[in-house]
Ligand binder design. Structure first.
Ligand SMILES: [Zn+2]
Length: 466
């Protein structure tokens, strides 16, 4: 029999041993216990961003004993899970981490136009435009907030995930642009000695100050009595001190020896119309006389006559199919216009021009040989008919091209002939009106004199073709 003491002693020893064993087991367990960590709880949308899982215990790395899986779709913002399966020694469990796919990228703002942008002093900045885009939201231009801040404009934008960005445009209130100075007319002019130099003018427009033509300073003179080259300088300075300058060169030449030998008879057919008034204004301003082959009388015919121009007859209807179908019709039409003019100015005109000219062939379509008979018939009645030998061709295809009309006329002029120039003043001949002044100036500068048809004018006639 063991004594009670002995029994107690044994119990005690047993307890100690169990305690030690448990402690050792616990110690081993704690040394082997897997630690599973994730390095982040958010990852960036659609990028290369990823998470890392680390598995270890006190003794060593146990990454190879775990299996990682997740349900992450990087193309969609949202909450996802990463599941780590632990299978290590006697450990068997799953650890789940929450992870969010988020948009961490700032939107981009881009400015259109200039930066810095120069704005006229005392004017408002006109927005030149901008765009904003986000990697997740796409185009978010409409979310841009614009704030004016002194000499800056701040364009800020926030994407749906709260990422912000901003860009600044600096505004400089300063006129840096020089005015635009434009000379009216040629910048290189040739005139003859003793003729008149006519300044055609200029315009000056400034971006900030508007029309500053009245600030243009013109320096330089042209002495038309002296052969030479002269320069007229035009200068303008805007309110901010920007300067523009232009020169016009005027060459004064000796007049050619033929000067003064040629005459030009400007003749206008088919009027009057509202353009007749403009033509009369130009003729008045230039102080020259011309001849109008009219289809009726009226206010402008009266004015032309009173101004000393020659009124002559064309026909009333100007309809080839009517006037050239018989002599009777022709004279009916001629009498109609003659009466109409008579009512306006009280005289019977004797100068006439056949529609299409005496050489026309269209009359063959209506009456063979009628022109041969008419040229005699009109002469027998005391009329004098005129054709032309310089055709402005303003009734041709380029009737509204004043440059072509001008060139047709000046190329047809000669000092060795009586220049009878065919032009038209019916309502669709704007090009003729536009070319007229330059034609007159060319004639004057080249020694021609302008005349209206009178009894002394040598007749100019085509051959009859029907
Ligand atoms: Zn005509």
């Amino acid at each position: 029999m063991k004594s009670d003491m002995e029994v107690d002693n044994m119990k005690f020893k047993k307890t100690i041993i169990i305690s030690i064993v448990i402690s050792v087991i616990l110690l081993i367990c704690s040394l082997l216990l897997p630690n599973i960590n994730i390095d982040k709880d958010t990852i960036g949308y659609n990028g290369n961003d990823t998470y890392n899982i680390k598995a270890y215990n006190t003794i060593r790395d146990i990454n190879k004993y775990i299996k990682i899986s997740d349900n992450i779709d990087k193309k969609m913002l949202g909450n996802y899970q990463v599941t780590v399966k632990v299978r290590y020694l006697f450990y068997r469990y799953n650890k789940v981490f929450d992870i969010k796919v988020v948009d961490k990228v700032k939107p981009e703002v881009e400015l259109k136009g200039n930066n810095p942008s120069y704005v006229c002093p005392n004017k408002d900045y006109d927005e030149e435009g901008y765009t904003a885009s986000d990697d997740y939201d796409g185009d978010i231009t409409d979310k841009v907030n614009i704030e004016k801040n002194g000499n800056f404009i701040i364009y800020s934008v926030k994407d749906s995930s709260g990422n912000k960005n901003e860009i600044r445009r600096s505004i400089i209130f300063e006129d840096k642009e020089e005015p635009s100075l434009t000379l009216i007319g040629d910048d290189n002019i040739v005139i003859y000695k003793n003729s008149k130099y006519i300044e055609k003018g200029y315009t000056a427009i400034d971006k900030c100050d508007g029309d500053i033509t009245d600030k243009v300073i013109v320096t330089g003179t042209v002495d038309t009595n002296k052969v030479g080259t002269y320069t007229i300088n035009y200068k303008v300075v805007d309110n901010s001190g920007n300067e523009a300058s232009a020169d016009r060169k005027i060459t004064v030449r000796e007049r050619p020896s033929y000067y003064g030998n040629g005459s030009i008879y400007l003749t206008f057919d088919d009027g009057p119309s509202y353009l007749t008034k403009e033509i009369l204004d130009i003729l008045d301003e230039e102080g020259i006389k011309a001849t109008f082959f009219v289809t009726s009388g009226g206010e402008y015919v009266k004015r032309a006559y009173n101004s000393g121009h020659t009124i002559a007859l064309h026909t009333s209807s100007h309809k080839y199919s009517y006037v050239y179908s018989s002599e009777e019709n022709y004279f009916n039409d001629l009498n109609t216009v003659s009466d109409s003019v008579y009512n306006s100015i009280g005289i019977r005109c004797k100068f006439i021009r056949f529609p299409g000219g005496s050489s026309n062939t269209i009359s063959r379509n209506y009456n063979k040989g009628i022109m041969s008979r008419l040229v005699n018939a009109v002469t027998n009645k005391g009329y004098v008919y005129f054709d032309w030998n310089v055709d402005s061709n303003d009734a041709g295809g380029d009737g509204n091209n004043s440059n072509k009309i001008y060139n047709n006329v000046i190329n047809g002029l000669s000092h060795n002939k009586t220049n009878i120039v065919l032009m038209h003043d019916s309502a669709n001949h704007r090009g003729t009106v536009n070319a007229l002044r330059d034609i007159i100036r060319y004639g004057k500068d080249n020694g021609y004199s302008f005349k209206a048809i009178t009894n002394d004018t040598p007749v100019v006639r085509h051959g009859v073709n029907n």
